[in-house]
Design a protein around this ligand. Structure first.
Ligand SMILES: [Zn+2]
Length: 74
């Protein structure tokens, strides 16, 4: 088993993904808002996304890099 540090709250956890069980619902919600925003807006910067969705820059950048890895079109 590998211990990971939750990227949202910093607590240690053992599970799949980047966030702990406590943060998973909020992370899913943020990811949904992020996806919805980039699908409905063109030429947006990470800063625009953060300001308009209320998602922290750190999480916006994380979602962006994950999207790039999965080849999802922005
Ligand atoms: Zn957490």
């Amino acid at each position: 088993m590998e211990f990971k540090k939750c990227v949202r709250c910093g607590s240690f956890f053992v599970t799949e993904g980047d966030v702990c069980q406590n943060c998973m619902p909020k992370d899913k919600l943020d990811r949904f808002k992020f996806q919805d925003y980039i699908e409905n807006n063109v030429d947006v910067s990470a800063n625009d996304i953060s300001i308009n969705t209320g998602i922290s820059m750190r999480n916006v950048n994380r979602y962006l890099s994950q999207n790039n890895n999965q080849n999802i079109n922005l």
